[in-house]
Design a protein around this ligand. Structure first.
Ligand SMILES: Cc1ncc(COP(=O)(O)O)c(C=O)c1O
Length: 457
């Protein structure tokens, strides 16, 4: 049996829905004994994807199956058919239903802890904005510190700059290594940074920790990192899990952070754009506000976020439909996650073996995305080279994959390290041929003695 057939076959075995936490919300789901989604049905669900493109980059913008797009359109028509009824009588109930499902999936204590917002960028703004008031009201002092990861997402770093730094705070980055071999390397760097942050009696007001870093991508040991932050007296911990829900198991109580956000449009099959923001019940919550202020100001973040003026809320309302969709797969979300992980590791190993390179981290430090070393002869020597190569792969080979430039560190010789890594993703619509297409494109470039210097700016 060929490799692709193995992937395809695994979706089709019938088993029972296995998410006990949600069973009481959707009792009818317990009687789901039918056969599971076929490979052909999966292809139909994603038949709107451009067939000319091997899309091995679910990580950037996610995906949305046809049945969820249909559900979203129904909500949009529902609104348009009688806007007054929809906005005044329906919307709140429906958003509450989505929040309740998310609350169960991530094991929050109370639905009030879950707000629905547009995206992880908005969630970050909500968390960072409150720090400005803390400075203005004298709760924080100049030179208080925020700690984030060297590989935290660029837009979130900008948010820290726009709010925390501008208000007088200092920012320290945890100098994570890459490639990385173990969680211990990450923990050591976090400890070192917190030690530095606290020197001269400074207070660490906020730690921003990615659950899965974007570029380079790896899963952080967040539970242990939060514990260390607590031990070291960090005031608040915010987990940026933009890639979280649908990609890894999330238990916000076990993780123990103050705030946790995840997009639903990346790995949870929602259309763009929707995210949740969990805020652990505490006096901290009342200082959080949605950056777009409307009638509900002061009624708690979840309620504020459920009305930010007249707009299209349909992406927030399809969460129940996502559960129905996922229920068609063996093992539900857990099954999808496991198969994506197994497949992306297998494909990553196939590629590094072909190119004589290495993975960016051990398989147990990745979920559904993995960093794959690219042949050094491509000569990726800057972020611009990485971007140009990505564009070249899209335009000339029909391969969509992000490329990471890994600069040499102090004392490293450029010829002794890999400077380019591809971040490959695996989602349910992927086929082994997508990865073969990528492999063959790189092989052809190598064979043609291509280097990034040949690409114009
Ligand atoms: C770690 C991380 N944080 C935040 C974001 C921002 O997500 P969005 O653009 O949906 O707001 C991303 C997007 O890829 C991300 O990877």
């Amino acid at each position: 049996m060929g490799f692709s057939r193995c992937f395809e076959f695994s979706y089709c075995k019938p088993v029972l829905f296995n998410c006990k936490r949600l069973a009481y919300l959707f009792p009818c789901r317990l009687f789901h004994h039918g056969s599971f989604i076929s490979h052909a049905d999966i292809q139909t669900e994603f038949s709107h994807h451009d067939p000319a493109v091997a899309r091995i980059n679910n990580g950037s913008f996610g995906c949305c199956p046809a049945s969820i797009i249909t559900a979203q359109k129904k909500w949009q028509l529902n609104l348009l058919s009688q806007p007054d009824h929809f906005y005044l009588n329906e919307l709140n109930k429906r958003i509450l239903q989505s929040r309740t499902i998310i609350k169960e999936l991530v094991n929050a204590d109370h639905v009030d802890e879950i707000s629905i917002v547009d995206n992880a960028t908005t969630a970050a703004a909500i968390i960072l904005q409150q720090t400005v008031w803390a400075f203005a009201e004298g709760k924080f002092r100049k030179c208080d510190v925020a700690v984030l990861l060297r590989y935290s997402y660029g837009a979130v770093k900008k948010s820290i700059e726009a709010y925390f730094s501008r208000a007088g705070g200092e920012v320290l980055e945890v100098q994570l290594p890459f490639p990385v071999n173990s969680n211990d390397e990450i923990i050591d760097e976090l400890r070192k940074t917190l030690e530095r942050a606290k020197c001269n009696g400074r207070r660490v007001r906020l730690a921003v920790i990615d659950h899965i870093t974007s570029m380079p991508s790896m899963v952080m040991p967040v539970k242990e990192m939060v514990k260390i932050c607590r031990e070291e007296g960090v005031d608040q911990v915010f987990i940026d899990a933009a890639h979280g829900i649908g990609c890894i198991d999330i238990n916000v109580k076990e993780i123990g952070a103050d705030f946790y956000t995840s997009n639903l449009h990346k790995w949870f099959f929602c259309p763009p754009s929707v995210a949740f923001l969990y805020c652990r019940k505490s006096p901290n919550c009342s200082v959080l506000h949605h950056p777009v202020v409307s009638h509900e100001y002061g009624n708690g973040l979840a309620i504020e976020s459920a009305w930010v003026g007249t707009r299209d809320y349909s992406a927030q309302l399809v969460v129940p439909s996502v559960l129905e969709f996922v229920d068609r797969f063996e093992g539900g979300f857990e099954g999808i996650r496991k198969r994506n992980h197994g497949a992306v590791v297998k494909m990553g190993e196939m590629l590094v073996q072909e190119w004589g390179t290495h993975l960016g981290c051990p398989p147990d430090m990745c979920a559904s995305m993995i960093m794959v070393g690219l042949p050094a002869c491509l000569r990726i020597t800057s972020e611009l080279d990485a971007l140009k190569l990505r564009t070249h792969l899209r335009d000339k080979f029909g391969v969509e994959v992000p490329i990471y430039y890994r600069p040499p560190e102090d004392g490293e010789l450029i010829d002794s390290i890999l400077t380019g890594y591809a971040r490959i993703s695996h989602q349910i619509y992927n086929k082994v041929d997508d990865y073969y297409k990528f492999r063959d494109a790189i092989n052809q470039l190598v064979c043609n003695k291509f280097t990034c210097t040949l690409l114009s700016n």
